[in-house]
Every structure is written in structure tokens, then in C-alpha cells.
Design a protein around this ligand. Structure first.
Ligand code: ATP
Ligand code: MG
Length: 150
């Protein structure tokens, strides 16, 4: 997962710089999951792009990799506008965008998270959202660990 996240960081850092934002990383090594490298990169470029888009300038995005017995776990946490509780389930629907008027000028299509959820489910993983309006959002992705042969 380390390599995946490094690549996603490379791909998103131009936009991060434009908004004078920073990454803060806390990455456990040797967390190896069962998955397709490019599809996994797609998950985290999407989540990081959202974290950048829906945050004000000069804020920090924290990236964490950890694991439990079953899953490699990646957290993407921002200090942005947050998502209201009533909207959290809906943001994974195709074309759904919170507050269309506000987000129209940010130019997205509302497909990003639908694709993210689809890729995660194709890997037998899951995603959780913790969010507080006005404080920020933490997206937590679980991807099954690669089984060791013994
Ligand atoms: P795109 O298809 O370009 O990704 P999008 O970013 O609008 O467009 P999604 O990534 O699917 O679409 O996100 C859906 C909606 O969820 C967004 O329009 C936004 O309102 C909300 N959202 C997603 N991530 C965050 C976040 N980190 N903080 C606040 N709101 C978010
Ligand atoms: Mg998006």
C-alpha cells in the first residue's frame, strides 16, 4: 500500500501546491493487500483530490496506513467543509453532489466516489466516512490483506 499511496501523492501534489496545502503522512510499512495496483491508485487519487477540492487553502491532509488482522487500512483526513450526516450515504451515488450551487464552480461530475466505492467492493473491501461539517472529513478504506502462504 505504501507504493500505491506514494504514487497517488505524486499525481495530486500539483493541485495541493496550488492551494498551499500540505500532506502529513503516517505510514506503516509492509502492509500488502490483494489488489490491482492501478485501480488502488485510482481510489486514493480520487479521495485525495476530493480532500483538496473541498478544503480551504493552507490546510493539511493527513494520510495514514495501518492494518488489522484482516485489512490494510488507509485514512485520508482533511480539514475541509465536511459532509452533513444526512448526505454521507448519498455521496457514493452516481452524480450526487452536496449543495449543487456551491460546488458547481468546482467543476466535478459527482462520479468520483461512485467509482471509488465500486473499486473497493471489487476488492472485497469497504469504506467508512467520519465527518463533521465545518471541521473536516476522514475517509477510511479497508482492503483485504494478501494472505501469506504457509
Ligand atoms: P468528481 O466526479 O470530479 O469527483 P465530485 O468531487 O463532485 O466530482 P464525488 O467525488 O463523487 O464527486 O463526491 C461527491 C460529493 O461529495 C462532492 O460533490 C462533495 O459535495 C462531497 N464530498 C466528497 N468528498 C468530500 C470531502 N472530502 N469533504 C467534503 N465534501 C466532500
Ligand atoms: Mg471527486
Amino acid at each position: 500500500l505504501q507504493e500505491v499511496l506514494i504514487r497517488a501523492v505524486e499525481l495530486t501534489s500539483p493541485r495541493l501546491d496550488e492551494k498551499n496545502m500540505q500532506f502529513n503522512v503516517d505510514i506503516a510499512r509492509d502492509v500488502t493487500v490483494a489488489g490491482d495496483f492501478n485501480r488502488l491508485i485510482q481510489i486514493f487519487t480520487n479521495l485525495i483530490t476530493n480532500a483538496i477540492t473541498y478544503s480551504p487553502e493552507n490546510t493539511t491532509i493527513t494520510l495514514r496506513i495501518k492494518k488489522n488482522d484482516e485489512y490494510g487500512i488507509v485514512e485520508v483526513e482533511d480539514e475541509g467543509m465536511g459532509i452533513d450526516k444526512s448526505e454521507i450515504a448519498r455521496v457514493f451515488e452516481r452524480f450526487y453532489r452536496v449543495d449543487k450551487a456551491r460546488s458547481r464552480n468546482s467543476g466535478g461530475t459527482g462520479l468520483g466516489l461512485a467509482i471509488v466505492k465500486h473499486i473497493i467492493e471489487a476488492h472485497y473491501g469497504k469504506i467508512q466516512v467520519n465527518s463533521t461539517v465545518g471541521k473536516g472529513t476522514c475517509m477510511i478504506v479497508y482492503i483485504p490483506l494478501r494472505k501469506k502462504r504457509n
